[in-house]
Ligand binder design. Structure first.
Ligand code: SAH
Length: 258
């Protein structure tokens, strides 16, 4: 079984890539697919680039060219629900495209001709990721160092599970995030890729999960220290989480993973 680990930006995956000892780079559609092993599992790690089309294309290549049997998306997102704060982690149960609207022909948010607006994440993988998150993130100082924790005012990360919404827009005004909260009151966080990959994985019948660290509150301060947060916090959290999840999976049946 080969598992794909995807993030939109280099900073989100850099810590994880550094841990793949036998990686081989395969270039497809201008993207580098890193084929190798992480914690005993066969993985393909790749940067999708930002946005729904880039993410959908990357997912399709992973499925068609690399034959991956599951896709896990990781990275950062903007918190929408009141208790979802910077430094928290969101594991998606369902994913929706908040900028998709073919009404009145189809209900708002529904992906035309599929009958779905909310695409389910794989329950088993998502539950395992949420459990691992609760165990691994108990000591942010140990993972990040005291200075990073102080600089970003981080506390013990809460792990949230629920609706993650995606769209081709960096949500960075209080008015925009308020409008999203009103339209989709149960949305925990917003990003720009997850729901597109969920749709592709649904069409292929391949399990999908998404786990995101909250980098901002999708408000007027969303730009803040964005890039530094992604490298200093989110990238470390992704490695800790995804790494621990992979390590806990049963070893592959073939002998490829050494
Ligand atoms: N200012 C950044 C913008 C990157 S786009 C830069 O110049 O590099 C934001 C990326 O992080 C996307 O991949 C998206 O999935 C995620 N993200 C984080 N916060 C977000 C928000 N408030 N709205 C939308 N996407 C967000």
């Amino acid at each position: 079984m080969t598992i794909a680990i995807v993030a939109a930006m280099h900073e989100e995956l850099s810590a994880l890539l550094a841990q793949m000892p036998d990686e081989q780079r395969v270039r497809v559609a201008g993207r580098d697919f890193w084929v190798g092993h992480l914690n005993g599992q066969a993985v393909v790690a790749v940067l999708s680039r930002i946005g729904k089309v880039a993410a959908a294309l990357t997912a399709t290549v992973l499925l068609e060219r690399f034959g991956v049997q599951a896709i896990v998306f990781t990275g950062v997102a903007g918190g929408l629900a009141p208790g979802v704060r910077v430094g928290d982690v969101v594991v998606a149960t369902r994913l929706l495209q908040h900028d998709l609207d073919a009404s009145p022909i189809f209900p708002k948010y529904e992906v035309p001709l599929t009958g779905h607006a909310r695409f389910a994440a794989d329950t088993e993988i998502s539950e395992a990721l949420a459990e691992v998150a609760a165990e691994v993130l108990v000591d942010p100082v140990a993972l990040l160092g005291q200075k990073v924790v102080d600089d970003f005012g981080l506390r013990l990360p809460a792990v949230h599970r629920g609706l993650l919404v995606s769209g081709d827009r960096f949500v960075s005004t209080a008015a925009e995030s308020a409008a999203l909260r009103l339209a989709l009151p149960d949305a925990l966080a917003v990003e720009m890729e997850g729901a597109a990959v969920a749709q592709v994985c649904h069409d292929y019948g391949v399990p999908f999960a998404a786990v995101r660290t909250i980098s901002d509150r999708a408000d007027d301060e969303a730009h803040g220290d964005f890039t530094r947060f992604v490298s200093a916090v989110a990238s470390r959290y992704s490695l800790a989480l995804v790494g621990a999840w992979l390590a806990a999976l049963p070893p592959p049946e073939d002998d490829e993973a050494t």
